[in-house]
Design a protein around this ligand. Structure first.
Ligand code: R7I
Ligand code: MG
Ligand code: MG
Length: 305
């Protein structure tokens, strides 16, 4: 949802994004971009395999990704190479020789956070596996870990209770300790911003944590906005868009975290109705979410029984 609502604001600066915010109250069919397209493919793979299998995920990317939906160059080339017959572990360095630090592995990762929410270490390992197909740079991979763990930590919080912000930062810092220092520094900043106790202006958040296409300049911002705005889904999406920059992706990541906290009942019906439908539209998204939950439930029952 955040992707579809945020995509019309991509590349704006925070003031311009704020100026156009009234677009959100206009009603029209909202089309999603690569962020959601890849999330669907990843969810389909988890449903098919009952776990993270990079070979199958790569096959789903190759079969399902619609490269006309606003993909960036690193991922376009990786998917094209998969289609040309290269293996899942051969395509991540085609454009960037040290691997991409784009937010592409983070923007699609929510099904992993949902599916492994009971086991943060499992979230971390599975996230890195799914990231490796397109993103082998540690910043790209660990940005995805931060996003997936934020989703997992949100889903285990009681939607009727106050969001436990401080606890979330502490848990994220523990799990991100093994990764690049950029994410620890960002969490320290988030902690300071929370301690200040006042709501920061969009421009201040963008300056402090970023609003770019790079994983380390977008995932921390999404995390901060989600934890300060949850449980108000619309408020969270508006705050994400008001950062400007990579609005579809930041709003998509924010929506995934807040949505994991509030569940389907916390989502605005009038926004859902504007989402594109059709073969891989909103009804399809709903069926994937239901199926993912069923598979998690079956696996969980079997392993605990
Ligand atoms: O990560 P990726 O799939 O991009 C996701 C973004 C989201 O905003 C989507 O909504 C869509 O718009 O694209 O694709 P990549 O091409 O791997 O990374 C995104 C961008 O990050 C690249 O196109 C580069 O601009 C930048 N980037 C790098 N630049 C220099 N050196 C990523 N890695 C590098 C690098 O190593
Ligand atoms: Mg996009
Ligand atoms: Mg984007």
């Amino acid at each position: 949802m955040g992707d579809a609502f945020g995509s019309g604001f991509e590349g704006m600066d925070p003031d311009r994004a704020m100026f156009h915010m009234s677009n959100l109250s206009k009603k029209f069919a909202r089309k999603y971009t690569d962020d959601t397209d890849m999330t669907f493919a990843l969810a389909e793979s988890i449903i098919h395999c009952g776990r993270i299998d990079p070979e199958n995920i790569a096959e789903q990317f190759s079969l399902r990704c619609d490269l006309t939906r606003g993909y960036a160059i690193g991922t376009i080339k990786a998917v094209q190479a998969l289609r040309a017959g290269l293996k899942w572990d051969e395509v991540a360095r085609i454009v960037f020789e040290n691997g991409s630090f784009g937010n592409g592995a983070a923007m699609r990762v929510s099904p992993v956070g949902l599916f492994y929410h009971h086991d943060l270490d499992g979230v971390r390992q599975s996230t890195i596996k799914q990231a490796s197909i397109t993103h082998v740079h540690p910043l790209g991979q660990w940005g995805a870990v931060m996003q997936a763990c934020s989703v997992a930590l949100a889903v285990i919080q009681d939607p009727k209770q106050r969001f436990r912000k401080e606890q979330m930062v502490i848990s994220l810092r523990e799990i991100l300790w093994g990764g690049p220092i950029e994410y620890i520094k960002a969490l320290n900043k988030i902690e300071e911003m929370l301690n200040q106790g006042k709501k920061l202006q969009a421009r201040e958040v963008a300056q402090s944590l970023g609003n770019g296409v790079e994983a380390h300049f977008s995932v921390p911002s999404a995390c901060y906005i989600a934890i300060t705005c949850s449980p108000d889904f619309c408020d969270a999406i508006r705050a994400a868009i008001s950062l400007g920059g990579d609005t579809d992706t930041i709003a998509g990541m924010v929506g995934a975290i807040v949505g994991a906290h509030v569940g389907e009942k916390g989502l605005p019906l009038e926004w859902i109705e504007q989402l594109e439908d059709g073969l891989r539209g909103r009804s399809f998204a709903k069926s994937l979410a239901d199926r993912l939950f069923e598979i998690w439930w079956e696996t969980h029952q079997t392993s605990s029984g």
